[in-house]
Write a protein that binds this ligand. Structure first.
Ligand code: XMP
Length: 429
């Protein structure tokens, strides 16, 4: 193992992630674990050089003050009690606190600042090989950042012992399935099963106009398709997952209640009894991107904007039809191309087009048209809870309008959505 590690044990602090990031900023790898970690689990963690017991306002759970087991206080490496509330000698002032952390990590523990992506990848490859042995791993590869980075890491670690399944549900952006095939099958030579489930999904969605119902159908059908593929394969023992650290926080820790149940967690029937391989579960999003870059994934994959699980399905408003879905896909491709040319890619947080199920009168080459409008949306946000509208330059909006109305079948008007969140949500459904 190449990297030293500082373990943070969560004793109800609200500052666990900040502390982990602070330690990583010192160049030392750090992981957060629940307070009731067993000695055995702790012993299994590689290169632990120190432990921080991170106490705080959530330390009392259901009327009882939680604590780590006694053995941990006497563990073989230095242990620091950092209580952000109690009477422990823990500086509240920012600068002094940072110094205390730095002194403990680099001084008392003598941890080497050897946390970098190259070492992280080398360590994860070793851990994955240890966990998987000669068994097989299955991975649902959507082409999103997290699943792509996990795929690249697993391919490096276990090559053909990994099988990736890419389900095309017909609601992906233009060029996405092709890129997944190009990068993973052609370039990285992975076992990749490409499932064309377009008709299946669109048939199931036909006539369904209620947004949550659409989401449910897409989610349930996705699991069904994936499960069918899994049952066709022999000897799969593990399921790879692109879980990242924020997913774990959002799904709730022992001391913090869930914000929302996460899309990636669970979902498969119990008789498909896989163990999980989740090599990114301790990384923050920017670190996942850095890892993807270090593994040689293209920037267009690593720095892509967020894309909802139900895909273009929630941007083709109301009941989805194939022709209107194509209008969403084509207009989205034009918007992305023009933003990229204007240097806005990676600068604007999320941008996309929406096509509602209504028509208006227009005119093209002297002839009356009766077609859909296309709505452009471009927003910036930190956490997606609130969002502001990007001030896109008027000439760029005009250029995009010109292209969409001329190149996309069925569109005769283009509108720009000026609504922040709140009152609008980022998506229209
Ligand atoms: P809203 O529309 O709620 O979106 O302001 C906030 C962020 O979440 C994304 N989003 C989804 N992501 N499944 C997802 O994985 C979904 O059903 C879903 N709905 C919205 C949205 O794109 C935005 O980034």
């Amino acid at each position: 193992m190449k990297q030293d590690m500082i373990v943070i044990l969560d004793l109800g602090s609200e500052e666990n992630t900040r502390l982990a990031r602070e330690i990583r900023a010192l160049g030392v790898y750090s992981e957060i674990h629940p307070h009731d970690i067993t000695l055995q689990e702790l012993n299994a963690l590689p290169n632990v050089k120190g432990i921080i017991l991170n106490g705080g306002p959530n330390r009392v759970v259901d009327g009882v003050e939680i604590d780590v087991s006694k053995e941990i206080y006497n563990y073989e490496v230095p242990v620091l009690m950092a209580d952000h509330k109690g009477d422990q000698p823990w500086p509240s002032e920012e600068k002094a606190r940072r110094e205390a952390v730095s002194n403990f990590v680099l001084g008392v523990c003598g941890a080497q600042p050897n946390w970098n992506m190259e070492n992280f990848i080398a360590d994860q490859i070793e851990l994955i090989r240890r966990q998987v042995g000669d068994k097989k791993v299955l991975l649902a590869l959507s082409g999103g950042v997290d699943s792509s980075v996990v795929a690249a890491l697993l391919i490096k670690a276990i090559g053909k012992q990994l099988t990736c399944v890419h389900v095309n549900h017909g609601l992906l952006r233009k060029g996405e399935p092709e890129q997944v095939i190009q990068v993973f099958r052609n370039e990285m030579e992975a076992n990749l099963i490409y499932v064309d489930a377009v008709d299946r999904f669109l048939d199931k969605l036909a006539g369904v106009d209620e947004p949550e119902e659409k989401r449910k159908i897409i989610g349930a059908e996705f699991i069904r398709v994936f499960e069918e593929e899994a049952r066709k394969l022999d000897g799969i023992a593990f399921l790879g997952q692109g879980t990242i650290y924020p997913d774990i926080i959002e799904s709730g820790t022992r001391t913090v209640k869930a914000v929302k149940s996460h899309h990636n967690v669970g979902g498969l029937p119990e008789d498909l009894d896989f163990q999980l391989v989740e090599p990114l579960k301790m990384l923050f999003k920017d670190e996942v991107r850095a890892c993807g870059k270090a593994l040689g994934l293209p920037d267009s994959m690593v720095y892509r904007q967020p894309f909802p699980g139900p895909g273009l399905g929630v941007r083709c408003l109301g009941a989805i039809t194939r022709d209107r879905l194509e209008a969403v896909r084509e207009s989205d491709a034009i918007l992305r191309e023009e933003f990229q040319k204007a240097g806005l890619e990676g600068k604007v947080w999320q941008y996309f087009t929406v096509v509602p199920d209504l028509k208006s009168v227009g005119v093209t080459e002297g002839l009356r048209t009766y077609e859909w409008p296309c709505i452009l949306r471009a927003v910036n946000t930190v956490d997606a809870m609130t969002a502001t509208v990007e001030e896109v330059s008027f000439p760029l909006l005009q250029k995009i309008t010109q292209r969409i109305t001329h190149e996309v079948k069925g569109i005769n008007r283009v509108l720009y959505d000026l609504t922040p969140k709140p009152t609008g949500t980022i998506e229209w459904e």
